[in-house]
Write a protein that binds this ligand. Sequence first.
Ligand code: G6P
Length: 511
Amino acid sequence: MSAQQSMEEVTVPRDGYDFVVVSNRLPVDRDVDEAGNSSWRRSPGGLVSALAPVMAQRDGAWVGWHGAPDETLEPFDHDVFHLVPVMLSELEVKRYYEGFSNATLWPLYHDVIASPEFHRTWWYAYRRVNERFARMAAETASQGATVWVQDYQLQLVPRMLRRLRPDVTIGFFNHIPFPPTEIFSQLPWRRAVLDGLTGADLIGFQRPGDAQNFQRCVRKYLGVQFTKGAAQFSESTAEGTDTTWTVNAGSYPISIDVDSIKELADSPEVQARAREIREELGNPETIFLGVDRLDYTKGIGHRIKAYGELLHDGELSVADSVLIQVASPSRERVDSYRQLRELVEGMVGRINGQHDTISHTAIRYLHHGYPFEEMVALYLAADVMLVTALRDGMNLVAKEYVAARRDRSGALVLSEFTGAAEQLRQAVLVNPHDIDGLKEAMLYARDMPRAEARKRMASMRRQVLTHDVVDWSQRFLADLAGHARAGRDTPADAATGAAEHGSSDRGSHDE
Ligand code: G6P
């Protein structure tokens, strides 16, 4: 049975929501106190802060997983959000989330830094879970609503949702890179993924290069050509009538919640904490800082290697410099993440063992998540921020550091393989694979004349302060509304869609 036949239209709910966000995780985290009582807290992060006002204004709902396996929760309200929890079984968490999302797609979309694994059982679970999300969204959206689907975990949702609810306007945003055709081609289910995505009216990517990669893949595997960022698609419904729509694809680089960072950076408590951090470290001349999820895409090993060599070469000493590396725990049950932790912790242990003195430590390695206040205090305390990702859709840490540096001091070493590097041109840009180049850049950032540092930081701040995450969401949603108005009701004979353009790819794999 094809996906199309299995997805019958759903009845439009009478008390549905006008604006629906669909993402793998709900925008809340659960706290459990000592007595076992649980409560919800809004998750930190730009996406959640950007969409909260839209939710409040537009009668919004958010469909997503609440983070615990095998638990069914009824929809509930929390601050401005109406939350619709999606149930995932323990096996689905293994196969859809840890497996297909994070051990197939994640490495495939990040330059195959780790080897992607391809398992049919993971794919079936991905498809089944995407169907569940699509159905929940279809049962939540009001007539003619706007539904905004987020990220690589849910790439099949747009087309599934369009089949269930042809009346809604569908946006999709890919927060991670979209790979070049040569890499995407490895995916046994490449056509099905492209079919899924092209159910949307607008697909947003971080960089123009990601949008181009996507358009090339669509041309190659679906036989549909984009012209000026738009392409026509059509499909036959179960009743045999044709439906047609226009898919637009473009770049919408995401940003951060600038106001909340500025507010924290201005707060006397956070500033006092930044001074305290420096004092506790013995007031070193230079604090280098890395802040990442413990992920192999972040180039943490490359950074630590460069730092260790600088200590070994005598360019840095533990008496005058320290590297603080915050590595927040992530996807800990996925093999490649376990291996990375071993690798990084082994490196830190060796370097510290070799260079530490009783009073000084080379690398302060912190395998914890911290409250946002503490992160901003770290940004204020650090002289040089190190962002050395091997591939990163955007990297918001780089933008957060810039937003926090209100006095325009500090230097940012930034990998050219991040989306952020396209906007923060005044950073000290590096190729993290080039360890000598990285070492030079770290020393250059440390020794940069004050006037040059201020000039660079001022220019980066201008960029970040004038392009915050609210601008990002407004731009995407305005374009989505515009494209949807223009793209519906395209005459059927003008459409050239996947249905007409079979590709040479073997369909059976994709079903
Ligand atoms: C990246 C992805 C997000 C994801 C986040 C945390 O930023 O783009 O979709 O939510 O990492 O990863 P996790 O697997 O914990 O949700």
